[in-house]
Design a protein around this ligand. Structure first.
Ligand code: MLC
Ligand code: AMP
Length: 476
């Protein structure tokens, strides 16, 4: 069966704060939620929102939607209302599960009537969904100015999960810690779905902090951890501030874990080496994308090569065309929601998905990511950010005449979002204004005001000149 629970027993599936949920409880709860979706009518392609922080309710909603054969649309409650409004209107939800904590927020949003999250009431089970039906829609920023909904089918989600379960040696005895946001594939597929669909245990937290992660590692109660490089950088920094006795305890506990994975952005070699010296773990670096799940991975058993993202995962075909990584396989998404032009431009005539990432392959077949075709796509803290989206949000401010948004290399964040602008507003006021409109991680953390931006003959801003200008500036 597609996207199903593998076991139905008293074994713990999820832990959140003081509460835990067994596989049997998750099964009956998600059945009840599925029944509510089925009462809306034919579930096929029916988009159901999840407005929940990382929580038991989030997981029950996700599996309830999958049991019904509908299409899950995770919404990040921490995003500002304006950003949520866009996603809600764009996705045309016909139902939504709302966590109790999010009710005040939900009242301000154009959401459909909420579906009850209560556990009482048992359910009529839906037949297994057609593998080509949409299972998941995740919004991603890209070369267009507004985020696009990436629709993955039941078949794609299953392939994305099953290839990781075998490649990374997942088993029922695993216990993982999720501190990643659940509206992106890293947290949702690689951690939560893999853990549940293999019958392992997943401990959920709605916010990352280095203290929390180290204390969970030190407890010896988790054995699998996945995160973005920024999180490993913050964990390493925190370890360094501890006394020697604590460092020893933490290092020993970390060394006993089964697996630690890094991805979503390039892992600097220095950080990989530092992590090795702290924990004895050579981080397993892999490469993926919302549209494809994971495509390349360093090996679980044999040599993990620093500075590379490894080789194609089983069942995933990867090729380089003029340096661009192109991918084919059952793991690939079906379409961008209502974006025919983006759909047409993203695939080659012979059906390969164009990632826009540039790479080379070493003599042993390991891929090394060199950069991206578009300078307007940034990655900060593992989040993808469209410079064009941030620019158009800033230009809505009546006191800004012109703006250019750039990503500047940063050892901790990968890239830092910076803005060069022309206008009468102070940067502090612009920052506060922008935080009401777009997700906080998209808001520039450095601003530079100029009398005019450099333009080429076509009237386009010459970002390379601005980049050079910024590199010459000292950090405050
Ligand atoms: C935030 N800050 C920054 C910054 N971002 N400073 C410089 N550069 C940046 N890029 C500042 C903030 O303004 C704030 O300052 C302070 O740092 C803390 O910000 P925060 O956002 O609250 O930090 P934190 O909550 O600790 O978040 C950091 C993080 C988060 C690393 C936990 O970014 C995160 O969860 N990243 C994971 C993203 C993810 O899951 N991506 C996967 C996408 S899927 P002040 O002064 O306001 O306190 C994908 C496919 C694949 O990519 O392959 O996996
Ligand atoms: P997203 O669209 O948020 O899913 O982000 C996908 C992008 O993250 C890819 O297109 C890459 O640019 C980047 N990415 C993911 N993993 C890695 C990695 N290990 N090294 C470098 N870049 C990565």
């Amino acid at each position: 069966q597609t996207c199903a629970l593998p076991i139905c027993s008293s074994k713990t599936a999820l832990v959140f704060q003081e509460k835990s949920l067994s596989f049997a409880d998750l099964d009956s709860w998600s059945n009840a939620l599925a029944a509510r979706i089925l009462s809306l009518g034919d579930p096929k392609e029916r988009r159901i929102g999840i407005l929940c922080p990382a929580s038991l309710e989030f997981a029950a909603s996700l599996f309830g939607i999958w049991k019904a054969g509908a299409l899950a649309v995770p919404l990040q409650p921490a995003h500002p209302e304006a950003e949520l409004q866009f996603l809600i209107k764009d996705s045309e939800l016909s139902g939504v599960f709302i966590h109790g904590e999010c009710r005040p927020l939900a009242q301000k949003l154009p959401l459909p009537e909420p579906l009850s999250l209560s556990r009482d009431e048992s359910a009529a089970l839906a037949p297994s969904p057609d593998p080509n039906n949409g299972a998941l829609m995740i919004y991603t920023s890209g070369t267009t100015s507004r985020p696009k909904g990436v629709i993955s089918t039941y078949s794609a989600v299953n392939s994305q999960v099953s290839c990781l379960l075998s490649a990374w040696g997942w088993s029922e005895s695993d216990r993982t810690l999720n501190i990643l946001p659940l509206h992106h594939v890293h947290g949702l597929i690689n951690v939560l779905a893999c853990s549940i669909m293999t019958g392992a245990q997943c401990e959920l937290h709605s916010k990352f902090s280095p203290e929390l992660v180290w204390s969970r590692i030190a407890s010896g109660k988790i054995n699998v951890f996945m995160a973005v490089p920024t999180i490993y950088a913050k964990l390493a920094k925190h370890w360094e501030t501890q006394d020697t006795a604590t460092q020893k305890i933490w290092s020993l506990a970390a060394s006993q874990m089964r697996l630690m994975v890094s991805g979503s952005a390039a892992l600097p070699a220095a950080l990989s080496n530092k992590w090795l010296s702290i924990t004895q773990h050579r981080l397993l670096e892999r490469y993926g994308m919302t549209e494809i799940g994971m495509a390349l991975s360093n090996p679980y058993e044999s040599e993990r090569r620093v500075g590379t993202v490894g080789k194609p995962l089983p069942g995933v075909e990867v090729r380089l065309e003029a340096g661009e990584i192109q991918v084919r396989g059952k793991n690939i998404f079906r379409e961008y929601w209502r974006r025919p032009e983006a759909n047409a431009n993203s695939f080659t005539d012979d059906g390969w998905f164009r990632t826009g990432d540039i790479a080379e392959i070493d003599g042993d077949g390991y891929f090394r990511i060199l950069g991206r075709a578009s300078q307007d796509i940034l990655k900060s803290g593992g989040f993808k950010i469209s410079a064009l989206e941030v620019e158009s949000a800033i230009l809505e401010n009546p006191d800004v005449e012109d703006v250019a948004v750039l990503g500047m290399a940063d050892p901790e964040w990968g890239e830092r979002v910076v803005a060069v602008y022309v206008g009468s507003q102070e940067s502090a006021a612009l920052t506060e204004w922008l935080k009401q409109r777009i997700a906080h991680y998209k808001v520039p953390t450095r601003w530079l005001r100029l009398p005019a931006l450099p333009k080429n003959a076509m009237g386009k801003t010459v970002k390379s000149e601005l980049r050079a200008l910024f590199s010459g500036l000292q950090d405050p």
